[in-house]
Ligand binder design. Structure first.
Ligand SMILES: [Zn+2]
Length: 214
């Protein structure tokens, strides 16, 4: 199948893109100079479905493909999705997908565990601010393998926030740099424990959540 694309300078997107790359270079600790991520703006649901080769849910408004990202055109945002359009959400969407680009570059295109890859995208995009932090964690760890499920985002974003703000970004980057050698959930759990010194389970994350500084 064929897709027609046009290069259109878009100062609104370009500004967010430049700011985000600076922010993410700093967070992930390398300067992305060559073959940088490209943003493809997709005009409607039908084209999204053809690109990803499935009938997508209406809340799907962007996705990564290795280092490149696809986002629904903001002009058709409300018509072609279930999401309300607000500039701050759209900016969050672009940042979120670009975090996946960096993640993919570091992990050699591994996105699992999903709670890690979606959690860091949500946290760095500021999307944790859209909803109150959870009182208890009870769901995010079941998202290891990738699947289209809206439920992964909320708890994962807050779980990653705790990891980054409590233990620093370097430890987090150290963890994800080792994901290419992870072959199963069990191997990941061992790696996590080696890096953080505790097991990735609800008890430990709830303890972090309820500790004084948060
Ligand atoms: Zn995502």
């Amino acid at each position: 199948m064929a897709f027609y694309t046009n290069y259109i300078p878009d100062p609104f997107i370009y500004k967010i893109y430049e700011e985000t790359l600076n922010q993410l270079n700093d967070f992930f600790g390398f300067k992305w100079k060559e073959n940088k991520p490209k943003i493809y703006v997709v005009s409607n649901r039908k084209t999204i479905n053809m690109l990803v080769q499935e009938e997508t849910k209406r809340w799907v408004v962007g996705w990564p493909d290795k280092k490149d990202i696809f986002i629904l055109d903001r002009k058709n945002y409300e018509k072609e999705s279930s999401e309300p359009y607000r500039e701050v959400y759209y900016k969050g969407l672009i940042i979120h997908e670009l975090v996946h680009s960096y993640f993919s570059k570091i992990t050699k295109d591994r996105y699992e565990p999903m709670w890690i890859s979606e959690g860091i995208a949500r946290y760095l995009a500021g999307e944790n601010n859209y909803r109150k932090k959870p009182k208890q964690f009870s769901k995010f760890l079941k998202f290891y393998k990738l699947r289209a499920d809206n439920e992964v985002y909320h708890e994962s974003g807050h779980a990653i926030k705790l990891l980054v703000e409590k233990y620093g970004k370097n430890k987090f980057v150290k963890l994800i740099k080792q994901l290419p050698s992870v072959t199963s959930k069990e191997v990941f759990n061992k790696l996590f424990k080696k890096v953080y010194g505790f097991e990735a389970n609800y008890d430990n994350f709830n303890r972090l959540l309820n500790s004084d500084s948060f």
